[in-house]
Design a protein. Structure first.
Length: 251
């Protein structure tokens, strides 16, 4: 294991399979890194995050977080928060209660806890909306609630699986700004799955490129987006950019 990754997140020779589909991950991120996880649909990005969170168990290999082997720990015992594309909230609980779950799964909340929740709502632009139910919020607001919960949990590792994919471009930008501000404030190690090269270029320091169930390349964002960047990655974003009508200028 690379010494640089102690304190961060390491997938040490991880093997996993869904029947015929085999995946293999070997990658390390230093503590506090902000990494964009990119790659074609079905390449294994969600599986990578699920292994770190403990929602899937590897057949072999180790997952090390903050220098501790967490491979045998259930998700609740790992120092990790995860945000999905949607359905992050309990429909029958208020915004406040949904955020409060990040502090206490039984929702026995102290006055101090309530103050922390109010601060997180304020911080994520949800002040005054604490009593609402998720269905009384827009899609963007619901993702803000998920981020408010991440804030109160304050775990060292934050996993986000296409969290803003269902939002329009302006709202996505706004949410990325909020995410960047949270990262600057608390410095968790972040893995953000995104299909947008522009998002990765703008906010991530590193890129982890997944292809065919493996880490095809990992490095700094500057290395990735240079003309000398990993071939498979440039091919992938070339396709993505052509598909969205933006040509990549090659010299
Ligand atoms: P991505 O998030 O990059 O789109 P996934 O990690 O969801 O990819 O999936 C990786 C591979 O594993 C794909 O081939 C997918 O079909 C397969 N897979 C994912 N989840 C399951 C599952 N629950 N059962 C069987 N195969 C799965
Ligand atoms: Mg996925």
């Amino acid at each position: 294991m690379n010494v640089e990754t102690i304190g961060g997140v390491t997938l040490d020779d991880i093997s996993f399979s869904y029947g015929e589909t085999s995946l293999h991950f070997d990658v390390g991120l230093p503590r506090g890194a902000f990494a964009a996880v990119m790659g074609p649909s079905g390449s294994g990005k969600s599986t990578l995050l699920n292994l770190i969170a403990g929602f899937e168990t590897p057949a072999s290999g180790r997952i090390v977080i903050d220098g501790h082997d967490v491979t045998g720990l259930p998700p609740s015992a790992r120092p990790v928060s995860m945000v999905f594309q949607e359905n992050n909230l309990f429909a029958h609980l208020s915004v406040e209660a949904n955020v409060g779950l990040g502090l206490s799964p039984s929702l026995r909340l102290s006055a101090e806890n309530r103050a922390t929740i109010a601060q997180a709502l304020e911080r994520t632009g949800l002040a005054g909306k604490g009593k609402r139910l998720p269905r009384q919020l827009s899609g963007g607001e619901r993702q803000r609630v998920a981020l408010a919960r991440v804030l109160v949990r304050d775990r060292p590792v934050l996993l986000l699986d296409e969290p803003f994919a269902s939002l329009g471009p302006a709202l996505r930008e706004e949410m990325l700004d909020l995410l960047m501000a949270l990262h600057a404030e608390r410095r968790p190690t972040v893995l953000l799955v995104t299909h947008h090269p522009g998002d990765a270029e703008r906010i991530a320091e590193r890129v982890v490129f997944v292809e065919d169930g493996k880490i095809a390349a990992a490095g700094t964002t500057a290395e990735f987006f240079a003309d000398s960047g990993p071939e498979a990655f440039l091919r992938y974003i070339g396709q993505t950019r052509r598909a969205s009508g933006i040509a990549r200028k090659r010299t």
